[in-house]
Design a protein around this ligand. Structure first.
Ligand code: HEM
Length: 408
């Protein structure tokens, strides 16, 4: 294989079930220029743990696509308002204003206060499997839980949730795509979602409620200007959607491939905390972070990344770097010193990490305890198209029954 075509092979759906040998190939050069998707101009890729962390903490590497001359500019009209696509000081200001309603220092108890609601939704989803002997984990559990939770947090009415699904699917599918049709669909979905959120903000200003959207829309002490507010709400909705779906689905798949561990989890529920951390390392839902831009030339591990080019961080490669993690291809929920890159690192470190952890822990534990003799029907399962947010499209499982919630 040509060295500069490794990323292209990672993009190839035929390699989606096991991209890790390709990530190992990538790591042979910590920073390399790569052709990416079939229709794209190419990107520098950073693939070793130490170098990924260095770049994620380097102010010479920007998240703002307006700043590079070879980056093609912002992907959607909302990008210039979206803090994941901004640099300091705007990034830090907007992130802090959103955090006022989500976590420390102002609301340190918020995410743990959601635990009973997350458990209630999970119990209901597993109860509904009662008469099934074969079902799709993605459709019946992994997908429904994060959508229900983020919509509860934001105060999106239940009857509107199916519409979101369609928009979010389009946005996720077009991630990293360069073809004009994909970019156009991405923009259309962005416009539709922001129109919906703008209307909801207006409604909550007239009739305030206690959800995060209403609090942000009516926050007089730390108000965001409206375009930033709407972009942030859309970001929260999208960022926590497919990622958490994939974490749960990857989790069920990994546990079913390690039956002894699944057994242990039933007896030792506290093991789920380490299991979720290890999943974020071993099968990270965000495999690649594309779209950083170099503001200056950056020397890195013997290479020189030029100024003004796109950089992609291969988190999935860093997570299996043997220089950082002993025996990296082994799934070990009791791994010590597991500072994985599943949630990124640096100033853009995942905003929703505490929530994603609670959701995945709750779902995996509930399924482990209540499904009677679960087994995989198809291994490997079919995967979604995206190499960036990677996870099974469908995960068929057979069971002998569902234990009652009281008996778990
Ligand atoms: C398993 C689930 C999740 C994974 C694996 C994940 C992963 C990530 C990663 C890797 C980043 C860094 C992106 C970058 O450096 O450009 C990120 C950022 C972000 N995530 Fe998550 N995420 C998850 C769930 C969530 C949830 C539930 C939410 C919302 C409640 C969320 C909101 C965000 C936001 C807003 C950012 C941007 C942070 C910033 O730019 O400062 N994520 N996430």
């Amino acid at each position: 294989m040509r060295r500069e075509a490794i990323l292209r092979s990672i993009y190839d759906p035929a390699n989606r079930a096991d991209p890790y040998p390709l990530f190992a190939e990538l790591r042979r050069e910590p920073a390399s220029w790569q052709e990416d998707g079939p229709d794209a101009a190419g990107t520098w890729v950073v693939s070793t743990y130490r170098e990924i962390v260095a770049i994620l903490h380097d102010p010479r590497c920007s998240s703002d696509l307006r700043k590079g001359d070879k980056t093609g500019g912002p992907r959607t009209s909302m990008d210039p308002y979206n803090f994941i696509r901004l640099d300091p000081p705007d990034h830090d200001r907007l992130r802090r204003l959103a955090m006022r309603h989500f976590g420390p220092p102002e609301r340190p108890e918020y995410v743990s206060s959601l635990r009973p609601e997350i458990q209630r939704i999970t119990t209901r989803l597993v109860d509904a499997l009662h008469d099934e002997r074969r079902f799709d984990v993605v459709d019946r559990v992994a997908h429904s839980l994060p959508v229900a939770v983020i919509c509860t947090i934001l105060g999106v009415p239940e009857q509107d949730q199916p519409r979101f699904h369609v928009w979010v699917e389009v946005l996720v599918k077009s991630l990293g795509a360069h073809a004009p049709e994909a970019r156009m669909q991405q923009e259309e979905a962005t416009v539709a979602l922001s129109a919906y959120m703008t209307a909801l903000v207006k409604l909550r200003r007239e009739h305030p409620t206690d959800d995060m959207l209403s609090r942000m829309a009516n926050d007089t002490a730390g108000a965001m200007e409206d375009p930033y507010l709407v972009a942030t709400l859309v970001l929260l909705l999208i960022a926590g959607h497919e990622t958490t779906v994939n974490l749960i689905a990857n989790g069920v798949l990994t546990l079913l491939r390690h039956p002894a561990l699944l057994d242990r989890l039933r007896r030792e529920p506290e093991l789920v905390i380490g299991a979720v951390e290890e999943l974020l390392r071993y099968e990270p839902p965000v495999q690649l972070v594309p779209g950083r831009t170099t503001l200056e030339e950056i020397p890195l591990a013997g290479a020189t990344i030029p100024k003004g080019v796109l950089v992609t961080l291969a988190l999935a490669a860093g997570n299996r770097d043997p220089a950082r993690f002993p025996d990296p291809d082994r799934f070990d929920p009791e791994r010590r010193d597991n500072a994985h890159l599943g949630f990124g690192s640096g100033i853009h470190y995942c905003f929703g990490a505490p929530l994603a952890r609670v959701e995945a822990q709750t779902a995996l534990l509930e399924l482990a305890r209540r499904l009677d003799r679960p087994r995989l029907v198809v291994d490997p399962p079919p995967y979604r198209v995206s190499p960036i947010l990677r996870g099974p499209r469908e995960l068929l499982v057979e069971i002998d029954g569902v234990r009652s919630a009281e008996g778990r």
